[in-house]
Structure formats: C-alpha cells, structure tokens
Design a protein around this ligand. Structure first.
Ligand code: UD1
Length: 427
C-alpha cells in the first residue's frame, strides 16, 4: 500500500508540461500487433498501465522496450494468441488486445476482464462488434475462446458510443476483408489518435471524431513512428488542483479544445482561464462560486473521468454544486472519502450535491480508484493540515510523477511507495 502525504494550504504557482495520454497509448500499443512491424511510440507516459501493456506484448512474443519517453515495439516475432489471467486482471483495458490479436492471428484466448472499481463494466458491445465481423466467441468459466475463418467487413451499430468497443472494432476491422462501418462510434479525441496511428500502420480509416468510423483497406507498413497526444484528463486534473489550492498554473503542450468543458466549468466558478494554441493558464486568486449542474456524457460532453476532479474544486465554493453521473454506475466512491475532509456532499441516486464549506481539514483517506484518488490529492491541497492518502496503486496507473509535479508547483506532497514498488523501481 503506497502512502501519499499532503500538507494542504500552499497555493500552486508555475508551469508544467502535460504527459502523453494513457487512454490513447493503450489502444495504440494493442494496435502495434495488428500487423508484424516495428513501432516507435513517442511521448509514452511512464505508468503502471503502460508497463502492464508491455508485459502483455512480451507474453505474446513481441519485443517491447522503453527508453525514456519512447517505447519501441517489434511485433514481427509475435507467436502467442492468449493472455493469461494475471495479465488480464492487472489492467481492465487489456480487453482491447482482443480485436488486435484476432486481426493478426484469427484466434485469441483471454480471460474475462471482470468487474472493476467503477461498477460492472461489461464487454458485451466489444464481443457483439467482433461477432458482426465474423468471429465466433465461446464464453465459458470466465474464459473467452475466439476464432474466425477470416474476418469480413460489416456494419456495426453500437447501442452506446463505448470508447473501448469502438477501439476494439477498429482494431479487428484492420484484419477484415472489405469495408467496416462503425455507427454510433465514440467520438473521444483518443479515437482520433488511434485513427492517426492506424493510418501510419497502413489502414484506410476515416471518420474518427464523428459518430461514423469507416475502415476499408490495409496495406501494411514495416516501420511506424507516432507521437501520443497529450493527456486531457491529466490536464483537467492539474487545473482542478490549481482551483482547489488557489494560485496560477500554466499547462504546456496541451490541446485545449479536448478539455474545453472542464475549463468552461472552472471559468463559471470564477477562475480566470487563458487559452492559447498549446497552452492553458489558470488563475485562481479569489474565492470560487458553486459550479452549475455538471452532467457527464460521452465526448464532447463533460468527461466522467473529470467528475471527481471538478468536485474536489467545489468543496469550498460558495453555494451548492450538482453533479449527475451518467456513464458509470459506481462513480461516487470518492465522496465518502471527501467527507472526511469536512466536505458537505449529499448523494441522491445518480446526483451528488456539494455545498461549499468555509474550511476543510486534513484527514486519513483511501484512494478508491484512479481519478477518485487523484481527486483526493486535489482536495487535500485545499485543506488545512496533513492528509495521509493510502493507495493500492490506482494513482500510478494514470499519473506520471504526480508528487514531483505538484512539489515543483509549490505543494507539500510526498509519495512513499509500498516496498515491492520501490524494489521494482530500483531494478
Ligand atoms: C474508457 C476510458 C475511461 C473512461 C471511459 C468513458 C480507456 C482506457 N478508458 O473506458 O477512462 O472513463 O472510456 O469515457 O480509454 N459498456 C457496456 N458494455 C460494453 C462496453 C461498455 O455496457 O461492452 C458500458 C460501461 O459499463 C460504461 C459505459 O458503457 O457504463 C461506457 O464505457 P466505455 O465508453 O466502454 O468506457 P471504457 O472504454 O471502459
């Protein structure tokens, strides 16, 4: 169990460069096996989820090596078609490898990724999409046995614009003959980054960023280089940390349009936000007012991942802020922990009402999930006194050196990894 020690009360000042996107790089790493090739992925964040994806690639027989922020993958040597239970359970989004393995080898054996901290998170849409392309999938005893006699392009209509199902369908479609059309596709910026990467690999893909994505042909390329897009949720996190703590912070190397809904909400609350083409500056030097109703929706709506983070900025804001969570069934687990700081939050079904309090105090809290954990760090920055935040590794799944980044901005934050983690990083 790692422990974050945060002494609140310091305002944040300074500049930072935002890491590459976790949710973009994971499907891109899976895409690297769609054909046998050498891939150089630049701006690859140093995260435990990325390490888990590298482990999966190595298990499959690929080479995967990191040098600083570059991950090199050679998938020509891929021999295996299975992902064992321990690797599947390390990262829920490992299911994204299913479409990629099928595209390459026409058979795959995985264990069911199962539930997670945000609720049940089924994969029915992923499997239905692959079946539409001609895969037969046998689900027994938590195992998935998939094979096909040659995938064929098809029209796939998703009942909900699932990010993962859109990505899985895109990857499998790269191994299909003929044209695949994904209708009601997710429009998230990470899908656009995946499209860019697949084009470099040799796929004819269009429509990413709209609700219809088409994949029509594949002419494999041997060497591919790609720079991963900046992480819009990390960008949102740093803005919310500045709003919770006060101060003035400039983010560099970001794509401001990708997290416009978050900056707009912070502006409504009284923060000053200056956007340029690749930078966003936030200034929070006066007390904030409550946020208007925040309703999470698929992109371009307000991101569910930023819901706990914006909530952290609202804990002392004057008035009552309301949040309605529409994407995941169990995404208010951070609320019970935020109450330990003295926050006044009431939950009614899918809605949480946060009434700003004058003061918050440090507390002993527990990271409930990745973004919920980061939200507790943000909230702790705005408290008086010391917080001990215990974490079984959630935050490291998505944030590279968050303790050092915040310290450089003037926060009093340290992270003590659990023994196994510190040994691993020493090796
Ligand atoms: C991705 C992101 C995650 C983000 C989420 C929503 C990655 C690695 N993760 O997760 O950070 O919070 O998008 O923006 O990119 N669903 C089904 N059946 C399915 C698939 C999804 O019922 O087959 C449901 C889920 O349970 C959830 C909703 O659809 O309630 C949205 O899920 P989805 O868009 O698929 O999210 P992920 O791809 O898992």
């Amino acid at each position: 169990m790692g422990v974050w020690k945060i002494t609140g009360g310091n305002k944040l000042y300074g500049d930072l460069r935002v890491q590459g996107s976790k949710n973009a790089v994971l499907p891109i790493m899976a895409a690297a096996i769609v054909t046998g090739c050498e891939t150089e992925i630049i701006n690859c964040p140093q995260l435990s989820d990325v390490d888990a994806a590298m482990e999966i690639l190595r298990h499959l027989g690929c080479k995967a090596e990191r040098e600083k922020d570059i991950v090199n993958i050679d998938s020509r040597s891929m021999t295996c078609t299975d992902i064992p239970r321990d690797l599947m359970s390390e990262m829920r989004s490992s299911v994204i490898f299913l479409g990629a393995i099928l595209a390459r080898t026409h058979e795959a054996q995985l264990t069911y990724p199962g539930g997670c901290e945000l609720g049940a998170r089924p994969i029915d849409m992923h499997l239905d999409a692959l079946k539409r392309l001609g895969a037969s999938i046998d689900e027994r005893g938590g195992k998935l046995e998939c094979r096909d006699e040659g995938l064929l392009g098809a029209r796939i209509v998703l009942p909900f614009p699932s990010v993962g199902a859109t990505e899985n369908a895109m990857l499998a479609a790269c191994g299909a003959k003929g044209t695949t059309t994904i209708v009601n596709a997710a429009k998230e910026p990470e899908i656009v980054d995946l499209q860019e990467f697949l084009r470099k690999l040799g796929a004819e893909v269009s429509g990413a960023g709209t609700s219809t994505v088409t994949i029509s042909d594949f002419t494999p390329h041997a060497h591919v280089g790609h720079r991963v897009m900046p992480d819009r949720i990390v960008s949102a996190t740093m803005l919310c940390c500045a709003a919770a703590a006060g101060g003035a912070v400039t983010l560099h190397g970001v794509m401001p349009d990708d997290f416009e809904t978050v900056t707009a909400a912070l502006e409504d609350m009284g923060c000053l936000v200056e956007r340029r083409s690749k930078t966003v500056k936030i200034v929070c030097d006066s007390p904030l007012r409550a946020s208007k109703l925040i309703t999470t929706r698929p992109y371009p709506g307000f991101p569910t991942d930023a819901q706990p983070l914006l909530m952290a900025s609202c804990l002392k804001a004057a008035g009552t802020s309301e949040f309605t969570e529409n994407i995941f069934e169990n995404r208010f687990r951070h609320v019970a922990e935020m109450r330990r700081f003295g926050a006044d939050i009431k939950i009614n079904g899918r809605t949480a009402a946060v009434t700003g309090v004058r003061e918050l105090h440090g507390a002993e809290v527990n990271a409930t999930d990745l973004r919920g954990g980061a939200a507790l760090v943000a909230a702790a920055l705005g408290t008086e006194g010391e917080t001990l935040l215990t974490d079984t590794g959630h935050i490291l799944r998505g944030y590279e050196a968050l303790d050092k980044t915040l310290t450089a901005l003037g926060a009093d934050v340290s992270y003590e990894p659990e023994e196994d983690e510190s040994l691993a990083s020493a090796m």
